[in-house]
Every structure is written in structure tokens, then in C-alpha cells.
Design a protein around this ligand. Structure first.
Ligand code: GLA
Length: 377
């Protein structure tokens, strides 16, 4: 008489054990390539029970592949990158990389902290971009697999020595990618320092939800949960103003196609050659809030981004011009992909009215950004 119940509980336990085993399945690990000095670059592959796949390498902490299903269940790769290490070493515009120590720009490559002026490489016109000549996107990180109740992941670690790229302090950075069973990629950033220093870490993935680099992103429908943005000068340095988006092509509070207003006669769009600006997120609460939602009605794929950060850089791939050939021989044309970089505001060390980016000894920097993958009903 007890049999059916007994069978049911055994079956349930087996199912639970299988699910756990699936969740806890370690990421696959292989050598992706070798740096010119011979050091190996490893690649980690994370998969979840719905077939979503995320690959990341120890060079730059670069996310090389994200495969998600379209509305018919067909998997395709929705991020830009290269098939081999060579492409990343030679000419990558930060495809998939962790950017730091300071994501985005610092005006004239300099800032003053506690009375000392620090000088950084000017690698973007007169300004410093994404941490300088050899930022976190171009260094070799160490990595280890990670297991949590929510899914499997990989933890990257890099120790940036005092003075690296002109920045003060020895900084220990840890970035983890966890692919959750509920179809989310969770990115956690932590950092500590032994001297006060600016820190602003972000992820520079280029998205094209059509998959496999097809078409462009002008038909992607974007929502940004931001009532304001930080206008820039002609070198893309914020003027310091926090401007309302209402009545401008920068108002994405309601879902709007990326291409709907991108060619409008507008000084800010001219400076950015399209969208290349920081939006000031509405923060009804602390912690994780929604920053962006991206929808491709052709494939049915959706991407939602939640973050603890105060800002997001929306870059509409304006500098892509067909000169880069990426994965599977794909030619990456103008605005063929876009970036949504959660971050503190650009050039914060030179703008006392922006949220502070200075990390002090004894403090721990921690931010989280969650990328949720879905399909339209
Ligand atoms: C960032 C910048 C852009 C551009 C890209 C890389 O997103 O804001 O202006 O430099 O990186 O091409």
C-alpha cells in the first residue's frame, strides 16, 4: 500500500539529484590559445539545463560566446567576438571584455586625488579610455570554476600592481560569471585596494539578438529606465550636467527602436556619431534595479539588464565599419551590434557632483549586474 508513495519519493529524490548534478556540473575547461610569451589562455564553457551556453576566456575575462534560443528554440550566438585568440590580441574594440580600472573615459587622462595629480595614457583622442593602453581587457586573469546553488560559474582574479597604467594602489579584482538555471548570467565585481584609487568596472559585450551576427541592431527595441543622461562634449567627456531625456532622442523610457531617432539632427548624437552616452538610472530602490530591456521581435529574443550601478552606457556600435571580420567569418558592419555597459558615470574623478568612484583601503567595491535571457511569448 505504501508502494506508490515510496516510488514517488524515490523518483523525486532521483530527479532532485539529477537536477542538482546538472546545476553543479563543473564548467568545461580547455586551452583557448597562447599569448605571444607562451602563457596559455584558458576557456570556460558554462551551460544550463535550457541549453544556454556562455563561454569566457582568461585573457581580459572576455565573454566570447553566448548562445540562447529564439522563439522556436533554435540556439544562436548573440555576442560579437573572434574564433581564436589572435583576433582578440590584434584588433578587438573591447569585444566581450571586462573593462577597468576605470571603464569609460577620464578627461585629458588625468585626475587629482588627495592633492596628487595622476597621469594616465591618452589612448582615445585627448582622453583615457577603459583603463589605458593595457587595461583589464588586455591582461591575463587567473580563473577557477565556481559552484553555487543558482548555477555553475567561473571566478576571474587579477592583481593590478601599484602604478599600473598610472593608477595608485595595489588592487585585487575578482569578477565572477554565474550562469543560473533561471536563464540569467550574473556578473559580480569585487575589488580591494591598499591606497585610495578610482575604480569603475564594466562588461563590454556587443549584443545582436538576431544571432550569429545577422543584420544590424537598428530594429532592436530598447527600453532604458532612465529619466536623465549625462551630455558630453565633442570628445565624449561629460559636461557635468545631468539632463532630462524628456523630449529628446535620448528618451527610451518607453520601448523604442534604436534606429527610430538615431539620424536626427541633434548635437549630442553628432558628438557620439549615434548613441554613445551614459544614462542616469532611475533608482526607486537601492540594490538591483532594472536598467535596460532589449527586444528583437524577429527572433523573439529578449535581454533584460538589472544592476546595482547608477549608470549605463548605451553605445550603438557606431565605430563598427566592416573592417573587422569576426566569428564564423562574419563581417561586423556599422551598428551591427550594441553595448549596454553598466557603470558609474564617465570621468567621475573630475566631477564632484557625480557619485564617487574612489575606493579606499579597508573598503570593498562590490557591484552586480544580471543579464536575463528570454523570448517573447
Ligand atoms: C566604449 C566607448 C565607445 C567606443 C567603444 C569601443 O563603449 O564609449 O566610444 O570607444 O567603447 O569602440
Amino acid at each position: 500500500m505504501m508502494r506508490p508513495a515510496w516510488f514517488a519519493s524515490v523518483a523525486l529524490c532521483l530527479l532532485a539529484a539529477c537536477t542538482l548534478r546538472e546545476v553543479r556540473q563543473p564548467p568545461a575547461r580547455r586551452i583557448f590559445g597562447r599569448l605571444p610569451d607562451g602563457r596559455p589562455v584558458e576557456e570556460f564553457t558554462l551551460t544550463n539545463p535550457h541549453g544556454i551556453e556562455v563561454r569566457a576566456i582568461t585573457y581580459g575575462g572576455i565573454i566570447t560566446v553566448i548562445r540562447t534560443p529564439d522563439r522556436s528554440g533554435n540556439l544562436a550566438d548573440i555576442v560579437f567576438g573572434f574564433d581564436s585568440l589572435q583576433g582578440y590580441l590584434e584588433h578587438s574594440p573591447y569585444f566581450g571584455a571586462i573593462v577597468g580600472r576605470f571603464a569609460n573615459r577620464i578627461a585629458q587622462g588625468q585626475f587629482t586625488l588627495d592633492g596628487v595629480t595622476y597621469h594616465l595614457a591618452r589612448n582615445n583622442g585627448p582622453n583615457s579610455l577603459h583603463g589605458g593602453l593595457r587595461g583589464f581587457d588586455k591582461v591575463l586573469w587567473t580563473a577557477e570554476p565556481l559552484h553555487s546553488d543558482s548555477g555553475a560559474g567561473v571566478a576571474f582574479h587579477y592583481r593590478s600592481p601599484d602604478g599600473e597604467e598610472g593608477y595608485p594602489g595595489n588592487v585585487d579584482v575578482r569578477v565572477t560569471y554565474t550562469l543560473a538555471t533561471r536563464d540569467e548570467l550574473v556578473v559580480d565585481y569585487t575589488a580591494t585596494t591598499d591606497k585610495p584609487t578610482p575604480i569603475n568596472l564594466s562588461q563590454h559585450t556587443y549584443w545582436n539578438l538576431h544571432g550569429d551576427g545577422k543584420g544590424d541592431i537598428l530594429d532592436h527595441v530598447l527600453t532604458l529606465d532612465a529619466s536623465a543622461y549625462t551630455p558630453v562634449d565633442s570628445t565624449l567627456i561629460p559636461t557635468g550636467e545631468i539632463a532630462a531625456v524628456a523630449g529628446t532622442p535620448f528618451d527610451f523610457r518607453l520601448p523604442t527602436a534604436v534606429g527610430a531617432r538615431i539620424e536626427r539632427a541633434n548635437q549630442q548624437l553628432r558628438f557620439g556619431k549615434g548613441y554613445d552616452h551614459n544614462w542616469v538610472l532611475d533608482r526607486p530602490a537601492g540594490g538591483l534595479v532594472r536598467a535596460a530591456r532589449l527586444v528583437d521581435s524577429t527572433s523573439g529574443r529578449t535581454l533584460e539588464i538589472n544592476t546595482t550601478e547608477p549608470g549605463i552606457q548605451f553605445y550603438s556600435g557606431n565605430f563598427l565599419d566592416g573592417t573587422i571580420t569576426g566569428k564564423r567569418g562574419g563581417v561586423y558592419g556599422h551598428r551591427a551590434a550594441l553595448c549596454l555597459e553598466t557603470q558609474h558615470f564617465p570621468d567621475s574623478p573630475n566631477h564632484p557632483n557625480f557619485p564617487s568612484t574612489i575606493l579606499g583601503p579597508g573598503d570593498t567595491y562590490h557591484t552586480r549586474t544580471v543579464f536575463a535571457f528570454g523570448v517573447l511569448p
